[in-house]
Design a protein around this ligand. Sequence first.
Ligand code: ARG
Length: 590
Amino acid sequence: METEKEIVGSQKQQLAKLFEESLRAAFPDVSDVQSLIAICNDAKHGDYQCNNAMSLWNKLKGKGTQFKGPQPVGKAIIENLPASEMIEKCSIAGPGFVNIELARQWIANSLQKMLIDGIETWAPKLPVKRTVVDFSSPNIAKEMHVGHLRSTIIGDTLARMLEFSNVEVLRRNHVGDWGTQFGMLIEFLFDQFPNWEADSTPAIGDLEGFYKASKQRFDSDADFKERAQKAVVSLQGGEEKYRKAWAQICEISRKEFQKVYERLGVHLEEKGESFYNPYIPKALELLNEKGLIEESEGARVIFIEGKKIPLIVVKRDGGFNYASTDLTALWYRLNEEKADWMIYVTDVGQREHFEMFFSAAKRAGWLPSNEKDYPKVSHVGFGLVLGEDGKRFRTRSTEVVKLVDLLDEAKSRCKLALVERGKAKEWTAEELEQTAEAVGYGAVKYADLKNNRSTNYTFNFDQMLSDKGNTAVYLLYAHARICSIIRKSGRDIQDLKKSGAIDLAHPDERMLGLHLLQFAEIVEEACTNLLPNLVCEYLYNISEDFTRFYTNCQVVGSAEETSRLLLCEATAVVMRKCFHLLGITPVYKI
Ligand code: ARG
C-alpha cells in the first residue's frame, strides 16, 4: 500500500520548528517567541543562523534573569535543541548569533528522498487556501499590448507557484468588456455590417482599426454620437439585439487574445467586468449602509484618508465605472468565491486606483485593518517595457507591437539559430519546431521575469536569445547538457535512485546539494513577496553551482559515479521544476 507522501516544508521551516522547541524549553517564561532563521551571509560561518538571542536578551535583562548577556542566551538556545539528524553542529558568533551547520548525510538523504518521492514533497506550506490571481485582463476591441503581456507572464508564474504550494488558484481574466465605448462600437457595427446578424463573426478583421474608425465617427458625427449613447442604454437594459452585437464584438477580441495565450501555454478563466455589473447596486448599497458613500459635485464618491480626490463610484450621469466594478468584484471574490488572498497584476501606473479601492474596502470592514491579516489584497505592479531607444516599446512604425508577431519572431529567430547549428539534419521537423517554441517563448518569458518586476526593462531579441549569460537559452541548454551526461553514462537512473546512495564528500558537491535543498524556501519567499525574479536568480545560481561541481568533480568513470549521477539527476529535477514554475518548457537535448 502506498503511504501518503509527507510534504516536509522548507529547510527554514524545519529548522524553525527545532529552534522553537529549544526556545520554549530554554525560556519558558517568555511567551510566544518565533524563531528567526536566516541563511548565513557568509558560508564560511555556517549554512543557516538563528538570530533570536539579541532580542531575547533585551526582553530578559533587568528582570532578574540568570543570563549575563546575549552570548549565554545563544548558548542556552543551542543546549536546549532537541536531538536531530539535520544539524551537524552549532556555534556562537558575535552577540549570540547561533551559526548552524547542516549534516552532510542529512542533506544527501533529503536529496535522495526527493528523487524517490518527487519534488512535490518539497512544496512550501503557505497560510492560504484559496487565492484569486487577476491577471492579463486586456480590453475588448483594443490592442493587447506589451503591458498585458507582462501581466500575463507574471500572473501565470505567480499562479503556478501558488498552485505548486497546494493553494487553490482562481485564474481570472478581468477583461474590459463593459462601458460606454460599446454603444459606439455596436452602432458602428450596424452601420458597417448590415448583415452582421447572419454572420457569426463579421469580417471586421482588425478590431483595433474598427475601434479607431468608430471613435472618429463618434467625435465628428453628432447624429451618430446620439445613437451610440442610446445604444449604451439599450445594451445595459439587456435588449436582445444589442446584447448579441456586444457578444459578437467580444468574441472577435477573445479569439485574438487566445492566440497569445496558446503560444504562451497560459490558461485563464474569463470573468470580465460585465460579469460583475448586475452585482454593483447591491455592493454599493452595502457600502452606503456603512455610511461610506457621499455626494460630491453630482457624483457619488468615497473619501479616502490621505487622498485629496475621492474615489468615484457612481458617475455624474448615473453610470458605473472601473472602481465600482473592482469594489464589486472584490466583494464577490470575498463572499461568493471565499478567497483569502486577492492578487492583482497590472502596471505600476494603476497603483493609486488599487490603493484607493483597497482602502475603501478596509473602511467598510470587508478587509482587516492590519495588512498582514487575511483575507488580504495585493497589487503586483510592474514597470514598462522599453525599446532600444529607452522609450516605450514600439515597432519600427511607431505603431504598438502586435504580441502575436513578437512571439512568432522569437520563435523563428530560435529556429534559424538551430538550423545554423545543423539541427535540421539531426532532428525531426517536429523536434525542431518544438525546441524553437520552447526556447523562443521561454526566452521572452525569462527576460521579463528575471528583473525585479517593479523596474522597467528593455526588450532586446539579441540579448534574450543569446546562449551566454543569464538567459533562458543558456539555462535550457545547461539543463539539456545535464540530461545528456546522464544519458551517455549508460546507467539506469531509476535503478540508481533505489540502489545507489548520494554522498557529498567534495565541497562543491555539498554546496550544490545544499542549494538544491533551498528550493522550497526560495519558492516560499517568491510566493510570499510575489517576486518571480527570486526563482530566476535561484535557477541561475544552481546552474553556476553545477558548472563548478562538474568542472571539479569527474562524474562518469569515477569511483563516485553513482552518487554523482544522482546529484546530476537531482539538479535536473530542481531546474525542471523552476522552468515549470516560470512557465518555460524544458528541452532535453541540444
Ligand atoms: N483591463 C485593465 C487594463 O487593461 C486591467 C484590469 C486589471 N484588473 C482589475 N481587477 N482592475 O488596464
